[in-house]
Design a protein around this ligand. Structure first.
Ligand code: APR
Length: 310
């Protein structure tokens, strides 16, 4: 599937299906919803009303999708989906990702081969553009579908720039990461596994050096004092690739170490990259990841891949 990012008006897209950033009522609104109903005409609303009278009596739940005619739009169908209203402290990512996954599932059911998406939830629903861009493109890139082209249509330059920038996070793909992992020599894998297996409580509880006054009167920068095993693990940890510039703290796609077990091994490599690159300023990033078990979670996921999946 090809993912393209364009500026434009989603109601003008020559595609099989247009995705609408609807609300649960399915009875229209502003933004994309308003534009689609306005230009698509009453036939769309009539079908939405029938959906509300039938299967979706209680409204379309957040993260789900349903199709209607596209009325007077160039497209054949409108796929209505309801994004999350962004709220701090709640899980915003999964419901937004579900909108893209479920819309592609409906598109597959329809036999649509080209689908246009808006920047769901980034308007009235206040989802921060940068994070929404990562989550949206990432979900599209990872969803198996028969759709040939997905076109993300951005209405203004700010939204376009956010999505254009986030596109870089799609590289390397999971497949490219796994290809890199396959090129790591067995000796390196075995060195990392044995270093991880040998870690003791003392290894994990590292001290800090530096901080003394030098002859010139300057204060020496503090630095973490790692044991030989931690340094061996840092040197041999497979998968870390400091060229992957988008993979750094703050990237919303970084997997929680506790959830690595069920994730693609590429996510373990991306997390390894964050910890290894983070150490280049000697500020203890890697040591803390050893201390809190994150590196153990990475090793565990990679060991399963190394022994049973590669
Ligand atoms: N084409 C493409 N994108 C558009 C268009 C258009 N014609 N009109 C607006 N957008 C962009 C907005 O700039 C924003 O980036 O779509 C994105 C989503 O904004 P909204 O339409 O406000 O959708 P959302 O944030 O998901 O909020 C949904 O708003 O319109 C109501 O009924 C809708 O209650 C629902 C809520």
């Amino acid at each position: 599937m090809r993912i393209t990012v364009v500026r434009g008006d989603i109601t003008e897209q020559q595609v099989d299906a247009v995705v609408n950033a609807a609300n649960s009522s399915l009875l229209g609104g502003g933004g994309v919803d308003g534009a689609i109903h306005r230009k698509g005409g009453p036939a769309i609303l009539e079908e939405c009303r029938r959906l509300r009278a039938g299967h979706f009596g209680g409204g379309l739940p957040v993260g789900q999708a349903v199709a209607t005619t596209a009325g007077n739009l160039p497209a054949q169908w409108v796929i209505h989906t309801v994004g999350p209203v962004y709220a701090d402290g709640q899980d915003n990512l999964d419901p937004l990702a579900s909108c893209f996954r479920e819309s592609l599932r409906v598109a597959d059911d329809l036999g649509a081969r080209t689908v246009a998406f808006p920047a769901i939830s980034t308007g009235v629903y206040r989802y921060p553009l940068d994070e929404a861009a990562y989550v949206s493109l990432w979900t599209l890139a990872r969803t198996a579908t028969s759709v040939d082209e997905v076109r993300v249509v951005l209405f203004d330059q700010k939204a376009y720039d956010a999505f254009d920038c986030a596109r870089e996070a799609l590289d390397p793909s999971d497949a490219q990461v796994e290809a890199e992992l396959r090129s790591v020599p067995d000796a390196t894998w075995l060195e990392a596994f044995s270093a991880a297996d040998a870690l003791t409580a003392e290894d994990r509880d590292f001290a800090w050096g530096g901080g003394q006054k030098t002859e010139s009167g300057a204060i020496q920068m503090p630095y973490p004092v790692y044991s030989d095993r931690v340094r061996q693990l840092y040197r041999s940890l497979p998968g870390a690739n400091t060229d992957w510039m988008k993979w750094m703290p703050g990237n919303p796609l970084l997997r929680d170490p506790a959830r690595l077990a069920g994730a693609p091994v590429a996510d373990a490599a991306r997390l390894a990259t964050v910890y290894v690159r983070g150490e280049r300023f000697n500020d203890g990033v890697f040591g803390r990841a050893v201390q809190d078990g994150s590196v153990d979670a990475i090793i565990a996921r990679m060991r399963v891949w190394y022994e049973t999946e590669r």
